[in-house]
Design a protein around this ligand. Structure first.
Ligand code: SF4
Length: 201
């Protein structure tokens, strides 16, 4: 049997991360690693090693869809693969991300109060006060955690839905981090072809 590498178990970290958000929202800050590491790898190495080896979320969809048979394994609709959709979704995602940063700033500046909610798919506001106790934490840091966890939960729900409907790693086709790092790699390699994401396409 082929020996497994440590990074093949990073799906556990992804699953634990999601669960920790139900226990204490401040754990959401750990999700910044999923933003910073792929960007750093793309900038420094000019490749998609993060997507191909280290992304726990991609592994989780692969595991649930393939090993546990939750995916219909159908071809993803071609519009989801199209450039305009992937780039459009990337832009939309980052606008919403900066909107979340602005909300954090408003709390930091004292112009708005802390909202103890997690917003799912940018519209559904779920009360999340059980996962927060104010002790010793600056309200802006908590606001960022609520906002960031909303981003992570939303992308997980979208990825889970497309995993069920299409191929296990269909999310990887239009994942904003995948698109962003692809662009960085292209720029870094001056248009040379970069590595393809396993299974997603
Ligand atoms: S495309 Fe997104 S979800 Fe897929 S492996 Fe890359 S970072 Fe992870």
């Amino acid at each position: 049997m082929k020996k497994k590498h440590w990074y093949q178990f990073l799906w556990i970290a992804s699953a634990v991360y999601l669960l920790l958000g139900f226990v204490n929202i401040l754990f959401a800050w750990l999700g910044m690693l999923c933003f910073l590491i792929p960007v750093l790898i793309a900038v420094l190495k000019g490749d998609k090693a993060y997507c191909n080896h280290y992304c726990g979320r991609g592994q989780l969809f692969e595991l649930l869809g393939n090993r546990h048979g939750l995916s219909r394994k159908k071809e993803i609709p071609s519009f989801l693969r199209s450039r305009w959709f992937r780039y459009g979704f990337l832009i939309f995602f980052f606008i919403m991300f900066f909107n979340m940063l602005f909300s954090t700033y408003m709390v930091f500046a004292g112009a708005a109060g802390l909202k103890q909610v997690v917003t799912l798919i940018w519209t559904i506001r779920l009360p999340w006060n059980w996962a927060y106790s104010a002790q010793g934490i600056a309200p802006w840091a908590a606001q960022f955690a609520f906002g960031f966890y909303s981003v992570m939960l939303t992308s997980t729900v979208l990825g889970f839905a497309t995993m069920l409907l299409y191929k296990p790693r269909s999310w990887c086709v239009y994942c904003p981090m995948g698109t962003a790092t692809q662009l960085i790699c292209k720029a870094k390699n001056h248009g040379k072809r970069t590595g393809k994401i396993k299974g997603g396409s």
